[in-house]
Ligand binder design. Structure first.
Ligand SMILES: [Fe+2]
Length: 240
């Protein structure tokens, strides 16, 4: 591990115990948060998966909030110095999402900003229509780990769509270390379309946080000012 920049906002994580395929238990959540802290993370956005084919929004939010309470209680009881947790969700796009009465319950708490996961297939018109409709309702979509759709969707199409839609873009930390995805991220940066970064950490093994490596990469390649812009974007999207 290299010297980590401080004040990182990790915009994408699965740290809550037992809510999705992320942390399996409380101890794992606490260890994941310790790792984040050691990597310079000040604030972590908890974005548990929401899939409409599994459960209602109300049921998801209730399960998620129980886990938030459990984790918060453990942190307070042991007076642990860990990153601040901001609660949100990673919402898989589905036809009709934009019409959901309780759409606001899936946003980052206290905001109208929503982290959207696209289906892992070729992109179809209904998907763009949903995103446009979400924007029309006054919400701000943040497209989760956009570089992960390379393959089913071409670089050209992703770039074109991102540039034509009023959306923000999140990239995963680990994608900064692979040649192909890094090349794409550089293009996003060139077009001013990289908004925030996230670890998308799920556990302590195969999907552990590498947010410090991504932050260091940005720092070295683009400088402190640009890293600050990314963190300011994140700070804005969790507060407004
Ligand atoms: Fe995720």
């Amino acid at each position: 591990m290299t010297n980590s920049p401080k004040g990182i906002i990790d915009f994408h994580s699965h740290i809550l115990p037992g809510v999705d395929d992320g942390a399996d238990k409380l101890e794992t959540s606490l260890k994941m948060l310790e790792i984040s802290k050691s990597q310079g993370v000040e604030t972590i956005v908890s974005t548990s998966h929401y899939y409409n084919f599994r459960e209602s929004i109300e049921s998801f939010v209730s399960r998620r909030d129980d886990a938030v309470y459990k984790l918060g209680k453990a942190i307070n009881e042991h007076d642990l110095d860990l990153p601040e947790i901001v609660v949100g969700a990673e919402v898989r796009l589905f036809p009709g999402l934009s019409n959901e009465e309780n759409l606001s319950m899936l946003c980052i708490e206290g905001t109208k900003n929503i982290l959207i996961e696209m289906p892992y297939s070729t992109w179809s018109p209904w998907m763009y229509n949903e995103i446009y409709a979400i924007i029309t309702r006054g919400y701000t979509p943040i497209m989760a780990h956009i570089e992960r759709y390379l393959g089913p969707v071409s670089e050209k199409e992703i770039l074109e769509k991102l540039l034509s839609m009023d959306v923000f873009v999140q990239c995963n930390a680990e994608s900064f270390s692979s040649w192909k995805t890094r090349r794409f991220i550089k293009k996003l940066i060139k077009h001013g379309k990289l908004t925030v970064i996230g670890s998308d950490s799920h556990n302590l093994e195969s999907r552990i946080s590498h947010i410090d490596d991504a932050a260091n990469y940005i720092l070295k390649k683009y400088g402190e000012e640009f890293l600050n812009v990314i963190m300011k974007n994140a700070a804005y999207l969790i507060r407004e």
